[in-house]
Unconditional design. Sequence first.
Length: 68
Amino acid sequence: MNEETFNLGIRRFLKEFGVNAQRGVEKAVAAAVASGRLIGTETLEVRATIDIEGLGNALTLDGRIPLE
């Protein structure tokens, strides 16, 4: 295994994931505020899971996103 190639691949994946996840969350929150499902002052409980196909394990991160 080439450590440098592996590390760069992980970084590329996580950067793409981060950008796409942020956009998705922003759109979902904006739609929820516009529809009245959220006021815009809440703190959202969030969970992100990354499954690694073929390895049989996953990484799950829990967190909070304050809207105000």
